[in-house]
Ligand binder design. Structure first.
Ligand SMILES: Cc1ncc(COP(=O)(O)O)c(C=O)c1O
Length: 487
């Protein structure tokens, strides 16, 4: 999904599940930390407060973009492995037990504990890191880090079996050797290399902000642009500004619910009048051989890492300057009518941006228990294996059909690219907001949607059949739950 998930939302869902007697079904929480564009969770707070609700929760941190974080103290505090170790030590201590007892004593009726019970808590943490993305190794070289108190007892056999199932019997020694070299490199000089990549990111931010010809067309988005105020308890708005230079980030990284990794630079390009894909292909790639991976309608993402040099930053800023000069010349040559078109285009990229739609809800046919979060996405996905179960509705006809009372339920994932996050998943009810977003989108690729056929939705007859089946299933489930509670 796009963005990151606030702790209150995760806890809210878990408490709803607890209320319905379904909490035991939740085995693992998977979060991406940090996200591609640099949103970083407060790992310690999340693990503590979730373990207070479910003391044996397994955490899987997708640290694909965060392997370097272990080699800088500020970053390290927000990694799965560091926090697992810290919490393990903490919960064993006498002082924690006393603090916990005090916390429980002080709790008012109906209040939910925010500290885990030291007698029940288990530290079970996994982190997957794409070493090749932010450290050194051949492409595909990645690692799974494990800090699981119950690994041998509960996981080892199935874990190894799954691993063997997905790997080859002929290991790629080149890749393994490259991982070993990458590990050795950061063991010896990781601190310095990571420090330098952060410094280079700060320099790049400063250059773009402080060069009028660049800031005319480009903005590097700041912490404040990405993270709403209520999730920045320290109030830090940006790492760099003209007056105070580089703000210190340590305090924010210690306290805020979300922070932004400064090595991920999102460049807002709306004022160029170009969309992200055109900017990436026709300008950065064709003219300057600069390859980037992530774009949105109005932004492109640059990353600095331990391989970034001062020379590469200079090359990039020079390229941006040349693009800015070229845009100046192009705009100068436009006649009055073309200027209006250009201004409208800029407006559509800066002001009239279609808001990203939120997840709506699962259709009752795919809900396990009414009123309880979660849906049977798997059932919906496989139901669509049979082509008789779905039909296509042209996108422009969706809203009129919905106004007439028809409920549209997606039978596939629908993923506009960029940015590559699903706006619909199988079994999800299509909302007006989602259709409006899809109609307003001008990206050329929408995975799971073919403009010539229309939106693929389940036929009504299938939905009704499903509903009868699942509600019986749901009733049995409720009965089971109740009897367990009675016992
Ligand atoms: C958040 C996230 N997780 C996992 C992956 C997959 O990583 P890998 O390509 O190393 O398998 C990616 C790839 O881009 C990613 O962005």
């Amino acid at each position: 999904m796009y963005g990151a998930v606030p702790l209150a939302q995760i806890k809210g869902k878990l408490l709803q599940l607890k209320e319905a007697g379904q909490l035991d079904k939740v085995k693992m929480l998977l979060l991406t930390n940090c996200t591609f564009d640099g949103l970083v969770y407060n790992v310690e707070r999340i693990m503590e407060e979730i373990l207070a609700i479910k003391p044996d929760m397994i955490f899987l941190w997708d640290e694909a973009w965060f392997a370097f974080a272990g080699f800088n103290y500020t970053y390290k505090q927000r990694t799965g492995m560091y926090v697992a170790n810290k919490l393990h030590e903490k919960y064993k201590s006498k002082s924690y037990r006393e603090a916990y007892e005090h916390h429980i004593e002080k709790m008012e009726n109906g209040q939910i504990p925010t500290m885990p019970d030291p007698d029940l808590v288990r530290i079970r943490v996994y982190a997957t890191q794409s070493t090749h993305k932010t450290l050194s190794s051949f492409r595909q070289g990645s690692m799974i880090h494990i800090w699981d108190e119950d690994f041998q007892r509960k996981t080892e056999n199935t874990f190894l079996e799954a691993y063997m199932t997905h790997t080859s019997t002929s290991p790629n020694y080149q890749m393994l050797a490259s991982l070993d070299v990458g590990r050795r490199q950061v063991q010896f000089e990781g601190f310095e290399l990571v420090e330098r990549s952060i410094e280079i990111a700060m320099i790049l931010r400063a250059r773009i902000n402080d060069t009028p010809q660049l800031s005319k067309y480009f903005d590097v988005l700041t912490v404040h642009d990405f993270i709403p105020d209520q999730f920045r308890q320290t109030g830090l708005k940006e790492y760099y500004d003209k007056k105070s230079g580089w703000n210190r980030m340590e305090e924010a990284w210690e306290k805020d619910e979300f922070v932004l990794d400064p090595t991920k630079l999102t460049l807002h390009i709306g004022r160029t009048g170009l969309d992200g894909d055109t900017f990436k292909n026709k300008y950065l790639m064709d003219k300057f051989h600069i390859q980037i991976n992530k774009t949105s309608r109005n932004s492109v993402l640059f990353l600095t890492n331990i391989g970034t040099t001062n020379g590469s930053v200079t090359y990039l800023t020079n390229a941006l300057l040349k693009i800015a000069d070229e845009l100046d010349a192009k705009v100068d040559a436009l006649d009055q009518r073309e200027k209006t078109i250009h201004r409208n285009r800029i407006n559509s990229l800066t002001v009239n941006v279609p808001p990203l739609p939120d997840f709506s809800y699962f259709h009752p046919s795919f809900k396990v228990i009414p009123g309880v979060p979660g849906g049977n996405l798997r059932a919906a996905f496989f139901l669509a294996y049979d082509e008789n179960n779905y039909e296509y509705i042209p996108l422009v006809e969706c809203l009129p059909e919905m106004k007439k009372g028809k409920v549209l339920v997606a039978s596939s994932f629908v993923i506009p690219y960029p940015p590559g996050f699903p706006v619909l998943v199988p079994g999800q009810v299509v909302s007006e907001e989602i259709i409006e977003f899809l109609l307003a989108l001008d990206v050329s690729e929408i995975h799971g949607y073919r403009a010539d056929l229309g939106l693929r939705v389940f036929k009504d007859s299938v939905l009704n059949r499903q509903k009868t089946k699942t509600s019986i299933g749901a009733m049995t489930n409720i009965k089971k739950t109740k009897s367990i509670i009675n016992v």
